[in-house]
Design a protein around this ligand. Structure first.
Ligand SMILES: [Ca+2]
Ligand SMILES: [Ca+2]
Ligand SMILES: [Ca+2]
Ligand SMILES: [Ca+2]
Length: 498
């Protein structure tokens, strides 16, 4: 039953509106009506003064004012417009103009002064994205008629701002032992354009020459910078820092804007290297002396005095001091000790003192502390160990030659052993080691050999004496018999002759 009445009411409204739409100051639209007054809704894009001067007729900076009548025109269609003082913040009269387009007869709202929609911060509450005010319209033909409208002019965003990093410049100091996956830094950038375009994402700009950018990654959403590979303090050049070029890009799919910033990540030393010996001319692996070896001469060894060593190969032609350092620059203290000997078991006959040499280097002074006679082939394995908890170490070999025939001190020497007896060292061909504790056995052996030799000599002498006496006895008998024989013959001869 109600349906015919509703249809009739709707038709009446349309009829009244069609009649009123033809009246000056009437709205060309049926609604929507907000509050108590009809609403006129328009929109323009934000613009700089340069934009307006370059593109004064751009559709971006104007919109239709959908009112009947000719603004400033004569009766009966002429209308006058007045902006009421209920605007907020900015006076619309300074920013917009109302005019009737000559060709089309359309009423227009035009932006005539620069409007920055975005406000000074990325917060939404300082955005100038809406002008609201009351507009009064009166027909020129009857100025007593006043029609009021709520005007809402929406200012549309243009992506005219670059992201801006907050809190820059960025830096972080991390140890080279920082585990992979650790977050070392968080960066943040804001974009004061509308949320659609200010949705900033982050990335690391890859360098043409890898400067460490591959060692880190950044979370594209929250800006967390994370370690992705083991760092190496020692491999870093001077400064021990990575310069990461970070980029923030806004969310404008058509024409994104980006900003870059450099984050300096300084790496500090960690204990990840062991010690190494060092001498000129050594065989190097990755810049470090590998399989370090020295020679010494048994003939030059003196009790309680530092042994003299020569590097292998000997590029310097003279003795050197044994030096080593921890390859971690900040963990530079090392300590030397005797690891072992060949033949084994003679470690306690030697001592080694550690002293600071220069810079990161420490020197070892190896001494023979108790009587020990060494010769060619004897070896000392010298250990250098870092004083950190990891206790990494390196071993160097000291190989003993016999006599130093071409060296600076080639003469064979004698030394005072711990037992106080003089003993000769460096006799090639003998066992590489003999100690003072075996001298009694040697002496006993010598005595036995001497007694045996004396006994043999005595026997020999006795034998020769016996032989000699036998010869003497036989010789006398022969001579006696010969004389007798000779006398008979003489007699016989004489008889014959007679
Ligand atoms: Ca932007
Ligand atoms: Ca903007
Ligand atoms: Ca290190
Ligand atoms: Ca170390």
């Amino acid at each position: 039953m109600c349906r015919p009445r509703l249809i009739l009411l709707f038709a009446l409204c349309c009829f009244l509106h069609s009649i009123s739409a033809q009246n000056p100051c009437s709205s060309l639209d049926a609604g929507p009506f907000l509050g108590t007054k009809p609403t006129l809704t328009m929109r323009v894009y934000e613009a700089s003064q340069t934009d307006l001067e370059q593109y004064p007729d751009s559709d971006n900076y104007k919109d239709e004012l959908r009112l009947t009548g000719s603004i400033g025109g004569p009766a009966p269609t002429g209308i006058t417009l007045e902006v009421m003082n209920d605007f907020r913040l900015f006076d619309p009269r300074e920013v917009f103009e109302f005019q009737t387009e000559a060709v089309t007869g359309k009423n227009l709202l035009k932006l005539v002064k620069a409007v920055d929609r975005d406000g000074p911060t990325d917060a939404l509450d300082d955005d100038v994205n809406m002008f609201t005010f009351t507009l009064k319209c009166s027909p020129v033909a009857n100025t007593s008629i006043e029609v009021y409208y709520d005007v809402r002019i929406q200012v549309m965003d243009v992506n005219d701002n670059f992201p801006r990093f907050v809190g820059a410049p960025y830096s972080a100091t991390i140890n080279e032992l920082t585990p992979v996956g650790s977050t070392i830094l968080r960066v943040s950038a804001v974009d004061i354009d509308s949320p659609v375009t200010s949705n900033v994402t982050y990335s690391i700009v890859p360098a043409n020459v890898d400067d460490g950018s591959s060692m880190f990654s950044i979370d594209s959403i929250n800006g967390d910078v994370t370690v992705t590979a083991m760092l190496d303090y020692e491999a870093l050049s001077q400064g021990h820092a990575y310069n990461l070029e970070l980029m923030a890009t806004d969310g404008d799919v058509d024409g994104p804007k980006s900003a870059k910033v450099t984050a300096i990540v300084t790496v500090t030393d960690g204990d990840d290297q062991g010690p190494a010996f060092e001498f000129e001319g050594c065989f190097r692996h990755k810049g470090v002396c590998a399989w370090p070896k020295y020679t010494s001469y048994a003939s030059q060894m003196k009790l309680a005095e530092p042994i003299t060593v020569y590097p292998v190969p000997n590029k310097v032609g003279q003795p050197v001091s044994i030096k080593a350092r921890d390859l971690d620059p900040s963990m530079s203290e090392v300590k030397f000790s005797i690891a072992s000997t060949i033949p084994p078991g003679f470690e306690s006959h030697f001592s080694v003192a550690t002293s600071h040499a220069s810079g990161a280097f420490y020197a070892a002074s190896v001494k023979q502390e108790t009587a020990l006679t060494v010769s060619e082939g004897f070896e000392i394995f010298l250990k250098v160990e870092e004083t950190s908890n990891h206790m990494r170490h390196e071993i160097a070999m000291i190989y003993f030659m016999g006599q130093n025939k071409g060296g600076s001190s080639g003469s064979q020497s004698t030394q005072k052993t711990a037992s106080g007896t003089d003993s000769q060292v460096g006799d090639p061909g003998k066992s590489p080691i003999s100690t003072g504790g075996t001298s009694e056995e040697t002496l006993a052996l010598i005595v036995v050999v001497a007694i045996l030799a004396a006994f043999v000599v005595c026997l020999t002498i006795a034998f020769f004496c016996y032989i000699s006496r036998r010869r003497d006895t036989k010789g006398s008998k022969y001579i006696h018999e010969s004389r007798q024989t000779t006398g008979g013959q003489r007699n016989g001869i004489s008889s014959t002759q007679m």
